[in-house]
Design a protein around this ligand. Structure first.
Ligand SMILES: Cc1cc2nc3c(=O)[nH]c(=O)nc-3n(C[C@H](O)[C@H](O)[C@H](O)COP(=O)(O)OP(=O)(O)OC[C@H]3O[C@@H](n4cnc5c(N)ncnc54)[C@H](O)[C@@H]3O)c2cc1C
Length: 436
């Protein structure tokens, strides 16, 4: 019997590790409820994870298969299951965050042999593409050119049936905790994700390049929370969009390339978890003001576009990319709040919260050295709302006090013009320092 250890790949379709394991014989699925992850995250994110594990167990069961669920440290759980059941080989989709690499090395150490790692979390594995001189990419456009050229039309079907397993009588399959989320959760599982992909491709994809920037996030797919847990294969999603074709599809698949770029950045620079990608930016005069941080986090700054974003995020667990850029840039460039603290608090509120994409997003919006985003570009927060929420319906929904107007609805926490000048003066000094 072979074991497929599911982590951020809670699906059966287009799953290279499952496919390889099935070719070798009968397969048992495993999900480990890892306290290092689950005790360090928020209720909404745990609840979303548990729902998707439940959906995966149902998907196994419908095909005559079994998904084991065990709580504990992965390096203890995996080797225990292998020993108990005489598992021949463990298969898994490779993950590459710093914790995942630490965890997976410890699992192999405990097992005393190698796990068969396969791709599947990204379209192109982090670390695959390198510049001609062998160094990693730090700018998106050249990365994306190579990425597009490397796209391959491979897809793997979900299995129809699993072969029967000889589990010992009464072998405990393990229960999945159910927690009541503090935000409404989308429907869980790969069928729901595939259905949403299809609906998006039919209805919204053709105009995506024109509608994607709306603050209300009406023209986008809202598939990110499925990608984060690997409930939907990004490779399948890209191929489905490209089959439909058009400018919208090109743009959308390019966003999936941003996802891969984010994974690649963190793979090569794990230090960006705590230090700016370009460390010179650590020298900005950060302002660890607890009250200002709380005002930002709870959507009470007095600036409608910032407050609408943070209130929507708290109430739903989702936010459009445009609104994410705005609230992050406000926190880093205007409020000068310590960026790692904000990045972490923001990620905890997102159902799609993901180390690599969130770090890349914060770095990009905050001008911390990722890609070619220049430090001197500071959003005009009133103009952002006017351009991307014309009519003010989104502002009115989340900040009724604003009456849908983009100007501060009361005396704001910060004088925006003063804050902009303070940031630009400090940033100019930093930018003049030589890169180490
Ligand atoms: C400050 C900030 C923080 C962010 N944090 C996260 C995060 O924790 N998790 C996360 O998945 N995305 C994050 N993003 C990227 C992006 O905002 C979301 O992926 C996107 O808004 C999700 O909505 P969607 O699924 O409708 O996207 P769509 O517009 O439909 O795009 C399709 C898919 O492409 C990927 N994608 C789109 N934009 C980006 C991007 N800029 N970077 C990386 N991948 C992208 C996502 O997987 C997304 O589901 C962040 C962006 C910023 C500016």
């Amino acid at each position: 019997m072979n074991l497929v250890w599911h982590r951020a790949d809670l699906r059966l379709h287009d799953h290279p590790a499952l496919d390889a394991a099935l070719r070798a014989g009968p397969v048992l699925g495993l999900v480990v409820l890892d306290p290092n992850i689950l005790q360090n995250t928020t209720l909404r994110r745990r609840a979303w994870f548990y729902r998707n594990v439940t959906a995966l167990r149902q998907a196994y069961a419908r095909r005559g298969g079994v998904l084991l669920v065990r709580a504990g440290l992965p390096w203890e759980v995996v080797s225990r299951v292998v020993a108990e059941l005489g598992v021949q080989q463990v298969y898994a989709v490779r993950n590459s965050t710093p914790y995942a690499r630490f965890r997976d090395a410890k699992v192999e150490q405990a097992l005393g042999r190698a796990v068969r790692w396969l791709p599947g979390q990204y379209i192109l594995e982090p670390g695959t593409l390198r510049k001609p001189d062998g160094s990693p990419y730090t700018v998106f456009t050249p990365f994306s050119k190579r990425w597009w050229a490397a796209l391959e039309p491979t897809l793997l079907e979900a299995p129809q049936r699993f072969l029967p397993l000889n589990l010992p009588p009464g072998y405990e399959l393990g229960s999945i905790p159910q927690e009541q989320s503090d935000v409404p959760l989308p429907p869980a599982g790969e069928e729901a994700a595939l259905g949403r992909l299809e609906a998006f491709v039919q209805a919204k994809l053709p105009a995506y390049h024109q509608t994607r920037d709306g603050l209300a996030g009406e023209g986008v797919s809202r598939l990110s929370y499925y990608f984060t847990l690997g409930v939907l294969s990004p490779r399948l999603a890209a191929q489905r969009a490209l089959r439909r074709g058009g400018e919208g599809a090109q743009k959308w698949v390019n966003e999936l390339c941003w996802r891969d770029f984010s994974g690649d950045l963190l793979y090569h620079r794990p230090g960006m978890l705590t230090q700016a990608f370009d460390p010179r930016w650590e020298a900005l005069p950060w302002n660890d003001d607890a009250e200002l941080f709380e005002a930002w986090l709870s959507g009470q700054t007095g600036i409608p576009v910032v407050d609408a974003g943070m209130r929507e995020l708290r109430a739903t667990g989702f936010l459009s990319n445009r609104a994410r850029m705005v609230v992050a840039q406000f926190a880093v460039k205007l409020a000068l709040l310590p960026w790692p603290k904000c990045e972490r608090a923001f990620r905890d509120l997102l159902l799609d919260g993901d180390n690599a994409s969130n770090l890349q997003g914060w770095h990009w919006a905050g001008g911390l050295g990722v890609d070619a985003a220049p430090y001197f570009r500071v959003f005009n927060l009133v103009a952002q709302a006017e351009a991307h929420d014309p009519g003010g319906a989104w502002l009115r929904r989340w900040v009724p006090e604003s009456g849908g107007r983009p100007q501060p609805y009361r005396r704001p926490w910060l004088d925006l013009e003063q804050a902009r000048r303070r940031y630009l003066a400090a940033a100019e000094k930093v930018a003049k320092q030589k890169r180490s």
